[in-house]
Design a protein around this ligand. Structure first.
Ligand code: FEO
Length: 171
C-alpha cells in the first residue's frame, strides 16, 4: 500500500500533467488561429504525450493500491504574443514540471519508497528530453528572428512531429 503523502503527491502530479496537456492544446489552438499549422501539430503531439504522462501516474497509483482523485484542471492562457513567447512559456512550464518531479523523487527518498523512486526515473529522463527539445526550438526561432520565409519553413518542419505512445501506455 502506498504512503498517503505519496498518494496525494502523485494525485497532484496527475493534475499537473493534464494541465500540461491543456496548456499545449491552448497553444495549438492559438497557432492554428494564425495559420501556423505545423507549430499547432507539434503542440497537439506534445499534449498527447502529456496525457500519457498523466495516465502513467494514474495507472501506477492504482497498481500500488492508491486512490486516484482527479481535481479541477485550471484554465490555461488563451493566446501568446508571438510563437517565440509561446515556446518560451512552454520551456518555463517544463522547468516547473521538472522541479515537481524532483520533489517527488525527494519524497520517495525521504519515505524510503523504492518502487516509486524506480518508477520516477523514467520521468527524470523524460524531463531532460522535453527541456532540450524546447530549448532547440527556441534557439532556432531566435536565429530566424523576423525571417518570415524561414519561419514558414520551420513551421512545416515542426509539423512532421507525430505522436508515438510510450511502451505500455494507452489513453
Ligand atoms: Fe509531462 Fe512535459 O511533462
Amino acid at each position: 500500500m502506498i504512503n498517503k503523502k505519496m498518494e496525494q503527491a502523485i494525485n497532484n502530479q496527475i493534475n499537473a500533467e493534464f494541465y500540461s496537456a491543456y496548456l499545449y492544446l491552448a497553444m495549438a489552438a492559438d497557432f492554428e488561429s494564425i495559420n501556423l499549422k505545423g507549430f499547432a501539430q507539434w503542440m497537439r503531439t506534445q499534449a498527447m504525450e502529456e496525457m500519457t504522462h498523466g495516465k502513467k501516474f494514474y495507472d501506477f497509483l492504482m497498481n500500488r493500491g492508491g486512490k486516484v482523485v482527479l481535481a479541477d484542471i485550471k484554465a490555461p492562457p488563451k493566446s501568446w504574443k508571438t510563437p517565440l513567447v509561446a515556446f518560451q512559456d512552454a520551456y518555463k512550464h517544463e522547468e516547473k514540471v521538472t522541479s515537481l518531479i524532483n520533489e517527488l523523487v525527494d519524497l520517495s527518498i525521504e519515505i524510503k519508497d523504492y518502487a516509486t523512486n524506480a518508477f520516477l526515473q523514467w520521468f527524470v529522463n523524460e524531463q531532460v528530453e522535453e527541456e532540450s527539445s524546447l530549448n532547440d526550438i527556441i534557439h532556432s526561432m531566435q536565429l530566424l528572428d523576423k525571417n518570415t520565409a524561414g519561419l514558414y519553413q520551420f513551421d512545416k518542419e515542426l509539423g512532421l512531429r507525430l505522436f508515438v505512445p510510450p511502451l505500455g501506455v494507452t489513453i
